[in-house]
Design a protein around this ligand. Structure first.
Ligand code: ADP
Ligand code: MG
Length: 387
């Protein structure tokens, strides 16, 4: 891969003198969905697929960008002066946003750069290619200019830029999972205070399989914001009767005790998901530590049911992928992952059952939905690195 992207960098930007190559992973969340903006726990891991970058410092303040995933756009030029989001800047608004966020934090970026990207995760599918680009850009800036920031800072800067430069109201999970990734470990993160723990993932005789629905993005973003505000309102209503900071502070029993404070049935379902999903995530990590992978799988399945029935963020595509997966022998657990309304599912599948799983679920999906899903058998990898 290194040779391939370096060669392309040379073709696009003249030569490769002084260019360095980098990688930042994508991520998948194993359980704990829509809990990260509710002060709950999440359990994501970094993947060995992600975004590669080649970067070279310039002697002026120019920025030149090229992506092998958006070759038709050619080289997109910009400048470090007056960084602001622009429609014509297309995907380069992600790396530019990170540069802007560094400057907001008081770091002065002295010189521009030539930057080439190549991603081998699908874009816009919920494996967080955007956070991968953000963390990669932050990592490159740190390497190039020696900025004193930790990997956790890179996550916060990435989230800040996506929220405030790109206008996407994401939580901290994606950037954190990518910046802090560790091979063969998932990250048990408490989004209330960013305390976290690495949990080893030993899936004896099984692997993680991601199924990408290939559903075009529709109402996803507006529905995401709607869910966030429903949870905020439900929290405010519960806060009338009990002093909590977030829905993640409640146990299931406490929720049942206080839920009558929520004055609307739909909001009650949304808050129920946030509370129960957080508790499921805590239980799932305990099951994993006890080597009870079957229980982990059951909790993944229950997570999907809750996202389908109470949070209502699945849709026919994700439901088909998961419900067909549940029918296949050798599937330990399966659920939608990411924000929903399209995107991907994550399944834990016994190694000998994987080929049959892909064939069966793929065929049923095509028959019912009318276009194909893509499948990725993935490994858990490290955070960003110089390669
Ligand atoms: P997700 O993060 O789930 O993949 P998003 O819509 O949040 O989906 O982010 C996808 C966007 O991120 C792309 O449309 C593009 O603007 C940017 N992006 C991701 N990967 C690359 C890449 N390899 N090259 C250029 N831009 C990329
Ligand atoms: Mg994204």
């Amino acid at each position: 891969m290194k040779e391939k992207i370096l060669q392309k960098f040379g073709e696009v930007f003249g030569d490769t003198t002084g260019a360095r190559t980098y990688f930042a992973p994508g991520r998948v969340n194993l359980i704990g969905e829509h809990t990260d903006y509710n002060g709950g726990h999440v359990f994501p891991c970094a993947l060995t697929i992600g975004t590669y970058g080649v970067a070279r410092q310039r002697a002026d303040r120019k920025l030149r960008f090229y992506s092998m995933n958006f070759e038709h756009l050619g080289v997109i030029e910009s400048s470090l002066d007056g960084l602001k989001p622009e429609k014509e800047a297309d995907w380069t608004n992600y790396p530019k946003g990170v540069m802007w966020a560094f400057e907001k934090r008081g770091f002065e970026i002295p010189y521009g750069m030539d930057l080439l990207l190549f991603g081998n995760i699908p874009n816009g599918s919920g494996l967080s290619s955007s956070a991968s680009v953000e963390v990669l850009t932050g990592f490159i800036l740190r390497d190039m200019f020696g900025f004193d920031v930790t990997n956790q800072d890179l996550a916060l800067i990435g989230q800040y830029s996506e929220n405030n430069f790109n206008g996407v109201n994401c939580g901290i999970m994606d950037q954190f999972a990518i910046a802090m990734g560790k091979k063969d470990h998932a990250i048990f993160l408490d989004t209330a205070d960013l305390s976290f723990e690495y949990a080893p993932i030993h899936l004896e005789g099984a692997k993680i399989v991601i199924a990408c629905s290939n559903k075009k993005r529709g109402l996803g973003d507006s529905k995401y914001n709607e869910r966030r505000s429903e949870c905020e309102t439900a929290l405010a209503e519960i806060q009338e009767v009990v002093g909590i900071n977030s829905l993640g502070d409640l146990t299931e029993e406490q929720f049942e005790q206080y839920k009558s404070a929520i004055k609307d049935d739909v909001r009650t379902k949304r808050a129920k998901h946030a509370v129960y999903e957080n508790q499921r995530t805590i239980k799932a990590v305990a099951a994993l530590k006890a080597n009870d992978i079957a229980q982990f799988g059951q909790l993944m399945n229950a997570s999907h049911v809750s996202l389908r029935d109470d949070y209502e963020v699945t849709g026919i595509e994700l439901d088909t992928l998961v419900e067909e997966a549940w029918k296949v022998d050798g599937v330990i657990g399966s659920r939608m992952t990411g924000a929903g309304f399209g995107g991907c599912t994550v399944s834990i599948v016994k190694t000998e059952a994987i080929d049959g799983f892909i064939e069966k679920v793929g065929a049923e999906y095509l028959k019912k939905i009318g276009y194909a899903a893509d499948f990725y058998v993935v490994e858990i990898g490290d955070g960003p690195s110089l390669i």
